[in-house]
Design a binder for this molecule. Structure first.
Ligand code: NZQ
Ligand code: ZN
Length: 400
C-alpha cells in the first residue's frame, strides 16, 4: 500500500491519496499447491521462517516442505520465532541466509514470523548498524523478496510493507516500512487458523478492531464511504469474533475474520483521511517491556483511550459508532450515547475473555511514567486528539 495524502489549503475536503498494493493474494481453502508453482517461477533457495510449535503440531509444516520439494526449492530453516520477535533472531536469520546464498524468504506464521522475514530481507544487503535503518536514518534500498503463508491473521503483515522488531537492550519496538518489503505473494487459507487458541483468537479480534478504530476516529470530514466500510469490519468482528472462539473450525467465521483483518489495515480505510496510531504507539511500549500479547494490550487500552479523548468536538463520531455498530437507539443526549458506545466496546472485549486492566497482565504503576515518556519521545501522538506525555500517563493510570 502506498498512501500519500496531500492536505488541501482548507480542510473541508476529503484528502488526496495514491494507493497500490503489489502483493498477490491467494485466498482459498486448501490452495497450498500454489506455493510450488509460484515459488518455482521465481526462486531456487529459500530461508523458511516459522514459529515455535504450531505449524509442526498441525499439518502445515509437512505440506509446506512437500510443496517446496515439489517445486525443487532448496530449503534452509530459521525456527523458534517468538511473539514480539527480537533483533537477535533477525541477525541469526541473516547469517543463515548469507551463508547459504538464499534468494527468497518464506514466512509461515503470524505477524511476528512475517515481520522477522521482512527484517531479514531488508538487512540482507546492508552492512551498517541495523538500528539506523529502523530509525529511518538509512533507506532500505535493496531487499530479498519475501512470500508468506498466514496461520494467524491479525496484523496484516501479509499484505503490508511494515515490520515490528523488539530491541531488548533499549526495551523498544522498532518499526520499519518500505515498499520493497511487500510480500510478492501471500497464501491465506482460513483452515490454517483453526488451531489458533481461544486466547490468541480473541487478541486477534481486538487487534483488528484497534486498527479500524485508529482510522475511523479521524478529524477528516467527508469520509462517508470509508466510515461505513470501517463499521462493516467492526460489525464483522462483532458477528464472527465469538463464533471463531466458541466454534474454532467454523470456516465462515474464520474466513470472515481473516478478510476483516486484511481490510482493516490494507490502507483502503486510510485513503483520503488523517489517521491515528496513538493506541498502537502506547501498546508497543507495554509489549516491548512486558512482552504481553499485542492484541491484549490493545484491548485494555482502547476503551480507556476512547474515554479520555471523547469531547464535544468529536462526540458525533462516537454516536456513529453507537448507532451503526453497537445498535444503541435511545433518546439520551449525544454524550450519554457516546459513553454507552465505549462501555459496549469494553463489554464486547469482556465477552471474548480479554483483560480490561493492566494489573490483570501483571503490569503495575512502576514504569508507567517511563512508558509515557518513550511513547511521546518524538512529540505529541497523533491526530484524532493529540496526546502529550502527561495525557498518555493519565490513560495508562486509568488502565491500571
Ligand atoms: O510460535 P507458534 O508455535 O507458531 O505459536 C504462535 C504464537 O505463539 C501462535 N500461532 C500462530 N499461528 C497459529 C498459532 N497457534 C496455533 N495455530 C496457529 N495456526 O500464535 C502466537 C502469536 O503469534 P504472533 O505472530 O506473535 O501473533 P500476531 O500475528 O498477533 O503478531 C504480533 C506481532 O506483530 C506486531 C506486533 O507488535 C507483534 O510483535 N505488529 C506488526 C505490524 C505490522 N507488521 O505492520 C502491525 C501490528 O499492529 C503489530 O504491531
Ligand atoms: Zn496491531
Amino acid at each position: 500500500m502506498i498512501i500519500n495524502n496531500f492536505l488541501f489549503p482548507h480542510a473541508l475536503l476529503m484528502l488526496n491519496f495514491d494507493y497500490a498494493i503489489p502483493t498477490k493474494i491467494f485466498f482459498w481453502k486448501w490452495k497450498i499447491n500454489v506455493l510450488s508453482t509460484e515459488a518455482k517461477k521465481l526462486w531456487k533457495r529459500t530461508l523458511l521462517v516459522y514459529g515455535q510449535w504450531s505449524i509442526k503440531k498441525n499439518w502445515i509444516y509437512d505440506s509446506v516442505i512437500a510443496e517446496l520439494t515439489k517445486g525443487e526449492i532448496e530449503i534452509f530453516e530459521l525456527s523458534w520465532i517468538q511473539a514480539n520477535p527480537l533483533i537477535g533472531t533477525v541477525k541469526k536469520g541473516i547469517t543463515i541466509a548469507k551463508e547459504n546464498n538464499i534468494d527468497f524468504v518464506l514466512a509461515v506464521g503470524g505477524g511476528s514470523v512475517i515481520d522477522v522475514a521482512k527484517a531479514i530481507a531488508a538487512w540482507f544487503f546492508y552492512e551498517g548498524d541495523l538500528r539506523d535503518m529502523f530509525l529511518g536514518k538509512v533507506p532500505v534500498g535493496d531487499a530479498l523478496p519475501i512470500a508468506s503463508i498466514l496461520t494467524l491473521s491479525a496484523t496484516w503483515s501479509e499484505m503490508d510493507a511494515g515490520s515490528v522488531i523488539t530491541n531488548p537492550d533499549t526495551e523498544e519496538k522498532l518499526f520499519i516500512s518500505d515498499s520493497v518489503l511487500y510480500p510478492k505473494f501471500s497464501i491465506l487459507d482460513p483452515t490454517y487458523t483453526y488451531s489458533v487458541p481461544k486466547t490468541q483468537t480473541a487478541a486477534w479480534v481486538a487487534d483488528i478492531m484497534s486498527h479500524v478504530f485508529e482510522q475511523y476516529f479521524s478529524n477528516t470530514p467527508w469520509t462517508f464511504l470509508t466510515d461505513r466500510m470501517a463499521e462493516a469490519i467492526l460489525n464483522t468482528c462483532r458477528k464472527y469474533g465469538e463464533t471463531a472462539i466458541s466454534d474454532p473450525e467454523n470456516y465462515n467465521a474464520r474466513a470472515n475474520i481473516m478478510r476483516a483483518s486484511s481490510w482493516a489495515l490494507n490502507g483502503f480505510l486510510s485513503c483520503g483521511r488523517d489517521t491515528d496510531r496513538a493506541t498502537h504507539i502506547i501498546e508497543h511500549e507495554l509489549s516491548a517491556i512486558y512482552d504481553i500479547t499485542h492484541g491484549v494490550g490493545l484491548a485494555i487500552l482502547t476503551p480507556h483511550r476512547m474515554e479520555y479523548v471523547l469531547d464535544e468536538n468529536n462526540v458525533d463520531k462516537f454516536v456513529d459508532l453507537a448507532v451503526n455498530v453497537r445498535d444503541i437507539t435511545n433518546d439520551w443526549n449525544k454524550m450519554q450515547i457516546a459513553k454507552q458506545a465505549i462501555e459496549e466496546t469494553r463489554k464486547f472485549f469482556d465477552s471474548l475473555w480479554l483483560p480490561s486492566r493492566l494489573q490483570e497482565v501483571w503490569i503495575d504503576w512502576a514504569r508507567l511514567e517511563e512508558m509515557a515518556s518513550k511513547a511521546t519521545a518524538s512529540g505529541e501522538i497523533w491526530n484524532f486528539k493529540r496526546l502529550d506525555k502527561d495525557e498518555v500517563l493519565a490513560i495508562l493510570k486509568n488502565s491500571l
